[in-house]
Ligand binder design. Structure first.
Ligand code: ADP
Ligand code: MG
Length: 671
C-alpha cells in the first residue's frame, strides 16, 4: 500500500443515444499514499466518473490507471472485484446502508463479503463504531439513526477492512453544515491516524478545505490543483493497527442464507402471497399423492388378506344367448358338483369353494323357538369385498366349512334376540333353527339348519348360510330340483397351492372352457388405474406450481427493481456477480421452501380431513376395519419440500442472473 495512484491521459466517454459524452478528457494525476485529495468542480464535470474509475467500478475508455501496482485499466472484472473488496472503501452521499441490517451488521458487511466469521467481524465492527462515537447505536437499524449517525456508520463500513483507499462521493451532500463538519473531521482523523489515502468529491469549499490538495475539474479536465498545506505532509506517525489479512474466500453460504432471510422480511406480505401460490400447488400435490399412496396400500393390504392365490372361476355363456333379455342364459359348462370334483383333482389345486347366491330380495324368516325373525342372507360377511371390509370377528363357534358346507352363521345383533337370560353365544352353537322361505305368491317352505357360529358385525338381520341350505332353497324357489346339476354354482373360488402355481391353474381352467379371474390380475389393473389417477392429480398440482413459479419470478423481478441501488452498493463493497446471483437465487428458493413447508402441513391436514370424512361415510354404510387412506411417507414429505424449493430456485434463476449482470455504476445512479 505504499505505491502511488497514477493516472495518465485517462479518458472516459459515455454513449448517450447517438452522442458520445466525454465525461473525462485526459486526466494526468498522481496521488501519494496517505494523501487527502478533494475533487471539486461544477456538476457534470466528471468527478463521480473519476471516483468510480478509481474504485474499479468502471473502466476507462482510454489511458492508464495504476493503483498500487495494479493496472486497473486492463484488469478483468474478477480483479476489479477483488480490488474493491480488499483495498477500497466507499462512502456515498445517501449513506446507502442496508435497511434490514443493524449498524453493527452494516459495518461488518465488507468483512462478511470477504468470508470473515460472524463473531470476528462483529467484534471488529463494534470497536470501529465505538471509535466513530456510535458505541450506543450498535443494534439500531439505519431508519433509527440520524443522517450524521448514518454517515458515520458508513465511514466505519468503509474502513472496517482496512483499505488503502477510501473514496467518498459528496459525503456531506445530505447533511446540514454542522453535521457535515463533524463527518469531515472524522474522515480527516481517519486519514491521519490510519494513513489511508482519501479522495473526497465535493462542491463545498468548506469541505474541500480539509484536504491536503484540491483538484478542480472542469469539463472532464483538470483546471487547477491547489495545495492547501505548504508542503504535502509526509504521512505522519501511522498508528500500527494490526493489519488483519482478509481471507481470500468469498461470502459464506450461511451469510447468504441470513441475508436472504432478512431481505424476505422486508416485504412480508408480498412474499407470503407469493409463497401462497407454491403452497396451493404443494397442498394439491401432497393431498393427492398421499391418497394415491394410502388407497393403494389399503387395497393391496385387503387383497393380501383375501389371498392372491385365489382364482375366481365363472362359467362361460354361449354366444348370443347372453343378450336375450327373456331367457336366462345357459352356461356352456355349468359349475356343477361333478365339475367341482374334476377341478379338485387338478394338480396344484388346494381347495375349491363354490359360491351360490340366492335370488335378490328373497323373503326368508328364521325361527328358533320363538317368533319368526326376518333375515338377510349374505356371503362371507363382506370379507370378499375387495378394498373395504373384512372387519367382522367370529365371536363364537366356527366358520362355515369350505366346499359342501352346511349350517348358519348369525350376526351378533341377531343372536342377541335368540339368547335367553344368562345365556352366552356359545350356548347357541349346535341349536337347530327353521328357515321359512316365502314365494311372492304366498307359498312357503321350511328348511332346517344348525347354528355353527356368531360373528360380530353391524346389523341385526344378517346371516350367512351353508351351501347345502342355499341349494335346497334355490331348487324350491325355481321349482327345479336338479338346478345345481343344470345351472351349477355362481362362482368357484379355486385356491392354488402357491402364488407361483396360479398361472398354471388358470391355464388348466381356461382349457376347461371356464372364465377365470385372479386377484393378481385385478390388482395389476387396480394399480394401473391408481397410478394413472395419481399422475393425473399430480399434474394438477404441477400446473398450480407452474403458475406459482411465475409468481416467484415476478416477485423477484420486482425485488430487483426495488433494490437496484442496493445491488450497486453490494458490488461497490466487493460482492462478486456470482454472489449477487446466489443471494437472489437463495431468496427465491426460500420463498418456494416456505410455501412448500406450509403446503406440506396443510396438504397432510387436508388428507387427514378427507380421510376422516371418508371413514365416517364408510362406517355409516356399515363398512369397518378400513385403514388410513391418506398416507404421507417420508419420501413424499422430503420430495414435496425439495420440489417446492426447486420450483422457487428455477423461477429465481433468470431474475438472479439479471441482478448479477447489473452494472454497478448504473445501479448506483438508480432512483
Ligand atoms: P459529476 O459527478 O462531476 O457531477 P459525473 O461524473 O457524474 O459528473 O458526469 C460527467 C458527465 O458524464 C455528465 O455529463 C454525465 O451526464 C455523464 N455521465 C456520467 N455517467 C454516465 C453514464 N453512465 N451514462 C451516460 N452519461 C454519463
Ligand atoms: Mg457526481
Amino acid at each position: 500500500m505504499t505505491d502511488a495512484i497514477r493516472l495518465t491521459n485517462l479518458r472516459r466517454a459515455f454513449q448517450r443515444g447517438d452522442m458520445a459524452v466525454q465525461a473525462l478528457r485526459g486526466i494526468d494525476l498522481t496521488i501519494a499514499p496517505g494523501e487527502f485529495v478533494a475533487l471539486v468542480g461544477p456538476s457534470g464535470s466528471g468527478k463521480s466518473t473519476l471516483l468510480n474509475l478509481l474504485g474499479g467500478l468502471d473502466r476507462p475508455s482510454e489511458g492508464e490507471l495504476w493503483l498500487a501496482g495494479l493496472p486497473l485499466h486492463t484488469a478483468p472484472e474478477k480483479e476489479r472485484t477483488r480490488h474493491r473488496r480488499q483495498r477500497v472503501g466507499f462512502v456515498f452521499q445517501s449513506f446507502n446502508l442496508l435497511p434490514r441490517f443493524t449498524a453493527l451488521e452494516n459495518v461488518a458487511v465488507p468483512l462478511m463479503l470477504a468470508g470473515v466469521s460472524r463473531p470476528e467481524r462483529e467484534a471488529r465492527a463494534e470497536k470501529l463504531l465505538q471509535r466513530v462515537g456510535l458505541g450506543h447505536r450498535l443494534h439500531h437499524f439505519p431508519a433509527e439513526l440520524s443522517g450524521g449517525e448514518q454517515q458515520r456508520t458508513a465511514i466505519a463500513r468503509a474502513l472496517i477492512h482496512q483499505p488503502a483507499l477510501v473514496l467518498a462521493d459528496e459525503p456531506t451532500g445530505n447533511l446540514d453544515s454542522a453535521t457535515g463538519q463533524e463527518v469531515m473531521a472524522l474522515l480527516q482523523e481517519m486519514n491521519r491516524e490510519q494513513g489511508v489515502t482519501l479522495v473526497v468529491v465535493t462542491h463545498d469549499p468548506d469541505v474541500a478545505a480539509y484536504a491536503d490538495r484540491i483538484v478542480r475539474l472542469r469539463d472532464g479536465q483538470i483546471a487547477e490543483i491547489t495545495s492547501a498545506v505548504p508542503e504535502v505532509a509526509p504521512t505522519p506517525e501511522v498508528e500500527e493497527t494490526a493489519v488483519v489479512a482478509l481471507p481470500g474466500r468469498g461470502v459464506r453460504q450461511r451469510d447468504i442464507m441470513r441475508t436472504a432471510l432478512r431481505n424476505l422480511q422486508r416485504r412480508p406480505v408480498r412474499n407470503i402471497l407469493t409463497a401462497m401460490g407454491v403452497l396451493i400447488g404443494i397442498v394439491t400435490l401432497v393431498a393427492m399423492v398421499s391418497f394415491g399412496v394410502g388407497v393403494q396400500r389399503e387395497v393391496q393390504r385387503n387383497f393380501e388378506t383375501v389371498g392372491l392365490e385365489n382364482v375366481f372361476v365363472s362359467p362361460q355363456y354361449a354366444e348370443g344367448d347372453a343378450f336375450d333379455p327373456f331367457a336366462s342364459p345357459k352356461p356352456v359348462s355349468p359349475l356343477n358338483p361333478a365339475l367341482v370334483e374334476e377341478i379338485r383333482a387338478l394338480p396344484n389345486v388346494l381347495s375349491v369353494d363354490p359360491q351360490l347366491e340366492l335370488p335378490f330380495g328373497i323373503d326368508v324368516a328364521l325361527t328358533a323357538g320363538g317368533d319368526p325373525l326376518p333375515v338377510r342372507i349374505v356371503s362371507g360377511f363382506g370379507e370378499m369385498n375387495f378394498g373395504f371390509g373384512g372387519g367382522s370377528d367370529l365371536v363364537a363357534g366356527q366358520d362355515l366349512a369350505e366346499g359342501d358346507s352346511q349350517g348358519i352363521i348369525l350376526v351378533a345383533g341377531l343372536a342377541d334376540q335368540l339368547l335367553a337370560e344368562g345365556q352366552s353365544y356359545d350356548d347357541l352353537i349346535g341349536r337347530t333353527v327353521v328357515l321359512t322361505a316365502r314365494l311372492p305368491r304366498g307359498e312357503t317352505s321350511d328348511f332346517s339348519s344348525t347354528i355353527v357360529g356368531v360373528r360380530n358385525s353391524p346389523g341385526r338381520r344378517t346371516i350367512d348360510l351353508g351351501l347345502q341350505e342355499r341349494a335346497a332353497i334355490k331348487a324350491w324357489w325355481f321349482g327345479q330340483p336338479d338346478i345345481l346339476e343344470s345351472e351349477g354354482y355362481d362362482q368357484l373360488v379355486v385356491r392354488a397351492a402357491n402364488l407361483a402355481a396360479v398361472p398354471g391353474v388358470i391355464e388348466q381352467l381356461n382349457e376347461m372352457n371356464l372364465q377365470t379371474q385372479s386377484l393378481e390380475a385385478i390388482l395389476d389393473v387396480a394399480n394401473q388405474v391408481l397410478s394413472l389417477l395419481q399422475a393425473l392429480l399430480g399434474s394438477v398440482g404441477a400446473l398450480a406450481l407452474l403458475v406459482a413459479a411465475l409468481g416467484v419470478a415476478n416477485t423477484m423481478m420486482m425485488a430487483i427493481y426495488e433494490r437496484t441501488r442496493e445491488i450497486g452498493v453490494l458490488k461497490a463493497l466487493g460482492a462478486a456477480p456470482a454472489e449477487i446471483r446466489r443471494l437472489f437465487t437463495v431468496e427465491a428458493a426460500l420463498i418456494g421452501l416456505i410455501g412448500g413447508l406450509f403446503g406440506l402441513v396443510f396438504g397432510t391436514m387436508l388428507g387427514r380431513l378427507v380421510d376422516w370424512i371418508a371413514h365416517r361415510y364408510l362406517i355409516s354404510e356399515g363398512v369397518t376395519g378400513v385403514g388410513q387412506l391418506s398416507v404421507v411417507p417420508p419420501w413424499l414429505a422430503l420430495g414435496a419440500l425439495a420440489f417446492a424449493a426447486l420450483i422457487g430456485l428455477l423461477a429465481g434463476l433468470y431474475p438472479a442472473a439479471r441482478a448479477a449482470r447489473l452494472d454497478p455504476v448504473t445501479a448506483l445512479r438508480a432512483e
